[in-house]
Every structure is written in C-alpha cells, then in structure tokens.
Design a protein around this ligand. Sequence first.
Ligand code: ATP
Length: 599
Amino acid sequence: MHGSALAAIRLTWRAARAGTLVTVAIAALSGAAVPVAGWLAKLLIDEVARGGDVDKAVALAVVATLAGTVAGVLTYVGSYVTARVQRSVSLHVQDELCATTNSLIGLRYFENPAFHDRVRLAAQAAHGAPGTVTDFGLEVVRKVFTIAGFLGAMLAIWPFMALLLLIAAIPAFVAQLMIARRNVEMIEAMTSTMRRQSYYQMLITEGDAAKEVRLFGLGDLFRSRMRSTLAETTGAELAVRRRSTITEAGFAVLNAAVAAVGTAVVVVGAIRGTVTLGDVSLFIAAVASLQGAFTSLIMQFARVTEALRLFRHYVDLVGSTSDMADGTRPVSALRKGIELRDVWFRYDEDGPWVLRGVTCTIPFGATVGLVGANGAGKSTLVKLLCRLYDPDRGTIHWDGVDIRELTVAQLRERIAAVFQDYMSYDLSAAENIGIGSLPDLDDRAKIRSSAQLVDIDEKISGLANGYDTLISRMFIDPFGGGGGGVNFSGGQWQRLAIARSLMRTDADLLIMDEPSAGLDATAEHRLGTTLRERRAGRTSLLISHRLNTMRDADVIVVLSGGRIAEQGSHDELMAADGEYSGLFRLQAEHYQDDRVVLP
Ligand SMILES: Nc1ncnc2c1ncn2[C@@H]1O[C@H](COP(=O)(O)OP(=O)(O)OP(=O)(O)O)[C@@H](O)[C@H]1O
C-alpha cells in the first residue's frame, strides 16, 4: 500500500511538477481562508453586540468579505490547476501503458485474458489513483489549516465537544474503509464482464462485423448480451453504492445529533452570559467545519485506499518483466541458413502439442516451401521463426546461433514477412506500405516501387489524393474534403500487405504465409514472378495451399500433425508418392479439361 502510494505520488510529480506545487499552495491558502473568515465573523458580531467602534466594525466586515472572496476565487483557480495536473497524469499513464505493452517481445500475454483484465484495471486505476492521492494530500493540507483554525476556538468555548466529534468520527472511518474494500472487490470481479460488454458493443457499433451482423441477423443477440452484461455490472455497482448511501446517511444523522448537543450547551452558556454571541457564531461555524473536515478526510482516505488497491495492478504491470528475455548478441547477415532442431511447441502448458519435434533446415539462398493441412502448424512455425514465441523444447538457429541469444529487434529487422492474418491499417496508402520499413516511411519512390511489384501502383495513383489517400472508411480523410477515405477489396489489401513486406529490401529471410490467397489468377502469376526475382540470392519460406506455387521451391517440407511427414524437391516428393503427391494430384485433377491445350 505504501509502495503504491509512493508510486502514485511519484507519478504525479513526474507528470506535472509545477502544477503540483501550485495546487499545494492553493490548498493551503484556501484551507486557511475558512477559519480566518470564521474568526473575523466572530470579532464582527462581538463588536456589533457590544455597540463598539463603527469604523472597526466596517473594516472587519470588509476584511471578512475579502477573505470569503479570496477563498471562493482560490477554489476555482485550484480546480483548474488540479484539472491540468490530472490531464498531464492521464497522458503520462497512457503513454507508459503503451510503452509497457510495446516492450513485450512475444505474443503470450496478448492471448491471456487475465492480462487483458489487468491492462484494463491498470488503465482505469492509473487514471484515477494519482488524482485521488493528490486530492487527499491537498485535502489534508486544507483541512489541517481549517482544523487548526477552529480547534482553538472549540477548546476555548467547550473543549469536550472536540472529543465528542472525534469519537463520532471513528465508526464512520471503519465503515468507509469496509465500503472501499468491497468496491475494489466488485471492480476486480466485474472487469471481465465489463470487457465483454465493450466487445458486444464494438460488434454492434464498429464496421468490421457489420456485414455478418446484418446477414445473420445478429444485432439483437449482441444487443441483449450487451444489455445483460451491462445490467450485471450496473447491479454490482449499485449494490455497493446502496450500502454506502445507507452508511453515510446514518453518519449524517449521528453528526447532526452531536452538533445539536454542542449547540444546545453553548446557547445555554450564552443565555447565562458565560460566552458571548460571537462565541456562539464561532462555535457553530467550528462544529460545522470540523465535522465537514473529518467527514471529508475520512471519505477521501477511503477513496485513497480503494484507488491504491487498484493502482497495484498498474504498478505490477508497468514493473513486470517481459514475457521473454531479449538476447544480447548482434545479428549479422545470414550466411549459412536457419536450422530447427527438434522443436516442440504448444500454446498452453496443458494444451496439445502443435509442433512435435520438427527438425529441418532452411539453407541460405534457398526457397523452402511449407505445406500441410489446416492446423498442421505452419503459421505456428513462422511465429517461432520471428521469435513471437519460444519453443518449449528444442532450438532454432540463425547461422548456428540460438535465436534466443540474438537481439530480437535486430533479428526481426532481417525478416520480411506477410502473415496469413496480415493487418489492414486505417492509414494512408503510402503509410500502409511505408511502415514495412520505418526509415523509408517518407521515401515515396521506394514505396511506389514496392507497390509496382504487386501491381497496385496504378490503382493507388488513380485515387483522388494518390498515395496520401486514406484507405479507411472509419476516419475522415484529412485530404478528402471532409469525407471518409476509400476502401479496398480483399485482394487489394493483400497486395498492400505484400508491398509492405517488400519494403524490406535488405531482409535476409522472406516469409510469405499464403501470400496469394486473395489474389486473382493474373495477380498470382505476376506475384510468383516477382517473388522469384526477389528471392534470388535470398532465403525464403513460402507457405501455400496452392501447390502449383510450390513447384519451384528448392525444398518442400510437408507438415502433418506437427511433425515433418516428408521433405524433398517437387520431383522427389511426386516420385515418393506420399502425402504431397496425393494433395498435388487432387488439386491438378480439378484443372484438367480436354479443351485446354497445353503448349
Ligand atoms: N494463438 C493460439 N492459441 C492457441 N492455439 C492456437 C493458436 N494459434 C493456433 N493454434 C492452434 O495451433 C494449431 C496449428 O495452427 P496453425 O495456425 O499453425 O496451423 P496452420 O498449419 O497454419 O493452418 P492453416 O493452414 O489453417 O493456416 C491449430 O490446431 C490451432 O488451433
């Protein structure tokens, strides 16, 4: 808890030093202004009651008004400065969360629901906690001045009242801490449900699912699920809120009873002439202010404990070690090849093995084709080569060095890949291609030449704003005169993805996972030629279910159930009459037609 509090304070300090200092100063001044106004009011009433000096009474009235005005103005200025500090903290937190997520080397965390719950809790807590802790700190500063200012008056008029107020505050303190604990438990328990609610909402409101939602009539189904998850979280929130309202109302009654006792005692004293009228006014103001100060401090303290319990998720997340250890050895250009030695892999500790002892070589300068049925483990192998996961057993070697020893960023710089589930970015055409090689993001000539290789240059050049056109209907195109951008067809998006990978002209390893799945026959043919040229002198791994694209691979590896079933050249595998030859013949059969005369 102390650690979390310090972390929250440090975070606020790092995010907004000057703002924090100004807020503390304003809090001290506005805290002091309240008792000053109370004392001035007492002096004024006593002056009037004893029929004293008019000038003095007027001066007191003016100063009391001024003190009230200053306190009022400080409240507004204080809330503006506090808002500024909170914005800075939010920015800082958002940035730090993104940096933490970016620093994860692999994909394991992204597939863990508990990680996503924690990210959500961390984001929520980190936005609130620093503000809550600083608010509490400021409230303490303010209230210390208020309490100090009024306590003297109370002790002078009826000291027992101070004890009474303290005793009345103890049960409120305990109850608020219990409410805070329950609230944290509720938030932690509801995070998963809240994420599901956001998911259903996204399915309904965002474009990706809109087609299927309409075709299959899923709108009402998702809407009712959204409503039931929302009802669940709202119900849990309201249950906690109900308890806290009942508790707070109970303590308000207790406070009123204590104040009534105190007022009665002092009023009797005034009637008997043991205290002045000014003392009565000061006493009443002191009781109200001290009760207000205690209640506010207790509530804020409870909010702080609540916020800090949740803030633990942020501290743990930001301070957590990465999912995989980065290597330290620099990566030099590939010279011999890549070797997989008895690689075993599964996604979950208790899940089925996806790769079961894969041993094979991707020789330098060769093109290796990887084929196999759905779920055979082809894409998994690609992810292991890019070190998005590490093998559970066995090793992968880059020119004889275990890739876990290599600096992962350098390793990835040497790989150009098109994943089977490539991304379609809501960015401009130029950016969609250029981000394949960030240093060349502004190199329009290089971007165009990548686009030309996959025959998409003409299409992009013909768009209203050429390469600057936004390829998205989600956002307003900054160059589009207030309208949205354009959308591409599936095959056109795939061409963009291939062009993106081709930006890495210096890559040693070219990986293409189903690069032509969405391409028309002409484009597939031309892509085959382009890739052949690009592959010359380079090492490549090609995955495709269209076996005709594999014919000119130097080696074809057939994966089956996570094991290598067979490997060899096309001719060797056809002669072996095994799984590959069976699949090849099956596909070839569908292309045979007596009317097609082969040259
Ligand atoms: N992120 C994941 N978490 C858990 N299991 C996964 C994950 N990705 C893939 N799998 C499982 O691993 C197995 C191999 O999947 P992989 O994507 O490597 O197959 P593939 O050979 O590329 O198939 P396809 O030809 O359909 O693309 C499948 O049974 C799949 O269910």
